[in-house]
Ligand binder design. Structure first.
Ligand code: PRP
Ligand code: URA
Length: 210
């Protein structure tokens, strides 16, 4: 299957993204915005969930209506920054299981280093959405998805807020079967592999560590 890249240009997402990027936005507001954007993106990323008919009775009469057809989801944030998206996703899908993959980018090489990995035991029965606000070189997303694939989930999507063109290309080539959702495709990476214009270091801004 060829990659599909969805850029979510909904006005509410774009509006919130502006305040997320602003360097004057403080930790509390930044965290809230990441969560709110994740909720809006979750709505769009779950648009293809299959439905089935059920029979109910309204106060007026019997009716045949729709419910989600028993698909189970798992959200897998890439630590740390992906954690900021989890609550927003769970607002819409509270029954989802949550796995965690710990990766950090080495400051010299910019390559991801794995330090934690705990996925739901029944992941084979689940559709997985991997979460990380930033797709820069793509190294972290590629490694996280490689780790998830070893557990054989039904499907994998990748959801980020800001993507660099370099990361989109690398991820599409490494995992052509994974659908990618983002809220913006930025201009480029700088010499330290940070996204321009971007929003800075997402993990540090969510957790107030800088
Ligand atoms: C950031 C970000 C991604 C990664 C993106 O994490 O949250 O995981 O960098 O960069 P890449 O596409 O070039 O791999 P970081 O390594 O800074 O760790 P943190 O979330 O713990 O701050
Ligand atoms: N990680 C971030 O948090 N920001 C970037 O711009 C690149 C990687």
């Amino acid at each position: 299957m060829d990659n599909k890249i969805f850029v979510m240009d909904h006005p509410l997402i774009q509006h919130k993204l502006t305040f997320l990027r602003d360097k004057n936005t403080g930790t509390k507001e930044f965290r809230e915005l990441v969560s709110e954007i994740a909720t809006l993106m979750c709505y769009e990323a779950t648009r293809d969930l299959p439905l089935m008919d059920v029979e109910i009775e309204t106060p007026m009469c019997k009716a045949t209506t729709k419910v989600i057809a028993g698909r189970k989801l798992a959200f897998v944030p890439i630590l740390r920054a992906g954690l900021g998206m989890v609550d927003g996703m769970l607002q819409l899908v509270p029954s989802a299981k949550v796995g965690h993959i710990g990766l950090y980018r080495d400051h010299e090489t910019h390559l991801p280093v794995e330090y934690y990995n705990k996925l739901p035991p029944d992941i084979e029965e689940r559709d997985v959405i991997v979460l990380d606000p930033m797709l820069a070189t793509g190294g972290s997303a590629i490694d996280a998805i490689t780790i998830v694939k070893r557990s054989n989930p039904k499907s994998i999507k990748f959801l980020c807020i800001i993507a660099a063109p370099e990361g989109l290309k690398a991820l599409s080539e490494a995992h052509p079967d994974v659908q990618i959702y983002c809220a913006a495709v930025d201009e480029k990476l700088n010499e330290n592999c940070y996204i321009l214009p971007g929003l800075g270091d997402a993990g540090d801004r969510i957790f107030g560590t800088k």
